[in-house]
Design a protein around this ligand. Sequence first.
Ligand code: HEM
Length: 143
Amino acid sequence: MNTRFCRTCLFALVVLCVSASVRAESPLGEQMDVMKNAFRSLKTAMEAPVDADKDKYVASADELRSAAIKAKEFDPKKVGEIPEGDREQFLADYRQSIDQLVALIDQLKTQLAAGDWDSARAQMRLINRAQGDGHEKFRSEES
Ligand code: HEM
């Protein structure tokens, strides 16, 4: 192999490694991705829900719930941008917002199990709002 080819390969490898590490997801980001998929599948399902699939919907809401519970254990990246004296309050607020999200998901589970689709759809709008508020307050620009 000639030297020029080796140098090009080495350069390509370095570029790949750097871009992978820049995009490396946080443990919190990973749970948020699980939440995104579970919530998306519920949104699609609620466009034309069927009684026979109730259990599947409840299982998706459960996935959303357990990812939210796991997300509560991690600190948002944004904590690094918060002045040291305010960090404890920031994290307490973050965990309280996740608790509120879990309470919303619990209500959603009850509505899905009852086949109360209108209430479930309204509840999902509340969850959407909680997501928007949560991201505005706790998500940093680059996450
Ligand atoms: C169903 C509701 C929610 C969904 C589907 C959702 C989804 C997501 C997604 C897809 C990301 C980007 C993940 C990545 O690739 O980095 C994200 C990030 C984030 N979300 Fe959510 N989210 C929801 C609710 C919330 C709530 C209620 C909060 C706060 C209490 C929150 C806090 C955050 C934070 C802090 C990040 C940035 C990750 C980090 O700092 O490491 N999310 N979320």
